[in-house]
Design a protein around this ligand. Structure first.
Ligand SMILES: [Zn+2]
Length: 245
């Protein structure tokens, strides 16, 4: 795996401990061009960076050393963690994003992302459940890497988590209401067990977090509304995670 070294000045000067690295956070660049994205991530005035950037054709650029905290996640939460920059490696994928023309990620881009993730998982012993999208940890502000990101494919290849619900069953449960308070609470509890955070009872936060969950695990319908399909998926994932921990 070839890695091209570039330099970004946007990182914490103090080195972090190797065992503080516990997450991989995946982003899209959300800009018009690759050139522009690299320029921004290297611009000392932008205050943003990532450890890696992967171009459309799969070139991997390294911008910040892994032992340094890069500035990619911003205000974020997952499980018991806050401000995930401190504990994560950030990977940007070049994609114009929802604002400028969101397109499918390219095969070369994903296959090299997979290789990079495998290397990092091994090096830092990162748990499958800790491979996340930016929208998972900052659902109010972010929707990247978005619903076109192939989470299922990556999980099949050993990176990240996926459910094992039967797709015909899921389709039949789509848009079917979850009626009881008990099941609504159960869904919320399952989301929390997966890692999603609800630091307050705001309705906006709830809807956006459900959307983040859907963007990741039920990309066919992203409406922020709990239905039986979402309920079953969350239950399955929470069960799987509980068994594996
Ligand atoms: Zn992002």
């Amino acid at each position: 795996m070839k890695i091209i070294n570039l330099f970004s000045p946007n990182y914490n000067r103090k080195k972090r401990l190797t065992n503080s690295i516990k997450f991989i956070v995946i982003h899209y660049t959300g800009m018009q061009s690759e050139r522009e994205s690299i320029k921004k991530l290297r611009d000392s005035k932008s205050n943003v960076s990532s450890h890696y950037l992967i171009s459309r054709n799969g070139l991997i650029y390294k911008l910040v050393k892994e032992k340094h905290v890069a500035w990619h996640a911003g205000h974020s939460r997952w499980g018991g963690y806050k401000n995930l920059n401190n504990n994560s490696i950030g990977i940007e994928l070049v994609n114009k994003g929802h604002q400028f023309g969101y397109t499918s990620f390219k095969k070369e881009q994903i296959s090299n992302l997979l290789k990079l993730c495998k290397k990092l998982v091994k090096k830092y012993n990162i748990k499958a459940r800790n491979i996340l999208g930016h929208s998972d940890i900052s659902p109010i502000r972010k929707i990247d890497p978005g619903e076109k990101f192939p989470w299922k494919y990556l999980a099949i290849k050993g990176i990240g988590i996926w459910h094992d619900c039967e797709s015909n069953l899921l389709r039949r449960c789509r848009r079917l209401k979850v009626r009881t308070k008990q099941n609504k609470n159960k869904f919320l509890k399952n989301l929390k067990n997966i890692g999603y955070c609800f630091p307050n009872n705001g309705k906006n936060l709830y809807i956006k977090t459900v959307k983040a969950f859907q963007r990741r695990f039920r990309k066919e319908l992203i409406n922020g509304i709990l239905d039986q399909e979402c309920f079953i998926i969350a239950q399955n994932l929470a069960n799987k995670l509980q068994k594996s921990s």
